[in-house]
Design a protein around this ligand. Structure first.
Ligand code: PLP
Length: 366
């Protein structure tokens, strides 16, 4: 039976082809739940036709604007199974706010944050069986917006499709923390100040792929990007922000430069660190200084921060033909932060920051 939510989202019935969540561990981002959220925007009607219906392919005219000029944005956030069987979202408001900042940068329409959050909550509630129960597992939620004008003219689209899909995810580190190695690229850049680096838009990722592939062939896991102007200052690594631990207790991460994505995990680490007994600061970090401090042992740990891995220890940094080995990987600070943050995300310890949004399962018959 069709019903409507408070924010006017139509919930459509599922057809007979609904699948049960698979018992075996899914490969990340390849299996999706039965349903998806969609709504459309036009100048005449604003956002309309909000609905959660069966997951299905999109039919797009080959001349649809997004396919040509990449006017698109996306987000990534997760739902975590709590020990009491209910489900937590982690700082979903920050995610919606970033989605709207990305929309603004890409000349797209902003969404109503309340409606976007309700769409996520309803989708997760309807698909709660797909939120896995295993250690480190989660349901990855991927909001997207694309320009849908059918036109080859280069201008901001006058129509958009906003949709949200969800994919069960296994633990990032299935056999304990596995440190990642990074290669510092001074040949290619990801984003430039004044460009789109602070927005979560596909073009940034497309532009990073060639160098990512090259460094994989060189035997490194990820690219560490430098600033595009001087190629001197550390920006971020792969799809993560990066942090360095000085003297075992001072966490330093590159300051937001306009070309770095403002990570929710990064912000959580900065806010959490003092309560766990660490100093935390943001600074402009020159790569030469960082590598010198890794060699001298003044930097005791390096780690990436992002929704996928939460904390990813870095053991090796390659730069201009030389490898620099980090003293501790994983080190005590990375392990402490990982445990504390994931305990909050999964609702295993109290959340004094108000970061979690609990979705009650089995209440009012759903
Ligand atoms: C380029 C980039 N930097 C940093 C991050 C980390 O952000 P968050 O902690 O919000 O996942 C991501 C992932 O979303 C990313 O794609």
């Amino acid at each position: 039976m069709t019903r409507k939510t408070t924010m006017n989202i139509t919930i459509e019935p599922l057809g007979p082809n609904a699948r049960r969540p698979l018992a075996e561990k899914p490969a990340f981002g390849k299996t999706f739940t039965n349903r998806m959220f969609t709504q459309r925007w036009t100048e005449e009607r604003g956002w309309h036709d909000a609905k959660i219906g069966p997951y299905q392919p999109l039919a797009l005219d080959p001349a649809t604007a997004v396919l040509h000029y990449a006017q698109e944005i996306f987000e990534g956030t997760k739902a975590y199974r709590r020990p009491d069987g209910h489900i937590n979202l982690f700082r979903p408001w920050e995610n919606v706010a970033r989605f709207n900042r990305s929309a603004d940068r890409m000349a797209m329409q902003k969404v109503d944050p309340e409606a976007h959050l309700e769409a996520i909550v309803e989708l997760v509630r309807l698909e709660h069986e797909w939120v896995p129960h295993g250690e480190g597992e989660s349901l990855y939620i991927r909001p997207v917006m694309i320009a849908t004008d059918v036109s080859l003219g280069v201008h901001a689209s006058k129509s958009y499709l906003h949709y949200i899909i969800a994919s069960p995810a296994g633990p990032y580190f299935s056999t304990g923390f596995k440190p990642v190695s990074v290669f510092v690229s001074d040949e290619y850049v990801r984003a430039v100040r004044g460009g789109t680096g602070a927005a979560k838009t596909g073009g940034n990722y497309a532009a990073s792929l060639r160098e990512s592939e090259r460094v994989k062939h060189l035997g490194y896991h990820q690219v560490l990007w430098l600033d595009a102007i001087e190629r001197k200052y550390v920006e971020e690594v792969g799809a993560m922000n990066i942090a360095f631990v000085y003297g075992g207790n001072h966490i330093v991460t590159p300051e937001l430069s306009g070309s770095i994505l403002e990570g929710v995990t990064r912000d959580s680490v900065l806010k959490l660190a003092p309560d766990l007994g660490y100093a935390a600061s943001e600074a402009r970090l020159a790569i030469d200084d960082v590598l010198r401090d890794i060699e001298s042992g003044e930097i005791t740990e390096v780690f990436g921060m992002g929704t996928a891995a939460v904390i990813a220890p870095v053991d090796k940094m390659g730069y201009r033909g030389k490898d620099y080995f980090v003293r501790n990987a994983p080190g005590p600070v990375a392990i402490h932060l990982f445990n504390h943050l994931t305990n909050i995300q999964y609702g295993r310890i109290p959340d004094p920051y108000g970061w979690t949004h609990k979705i009650e399962i089995g209440v009012d018959g759903r």
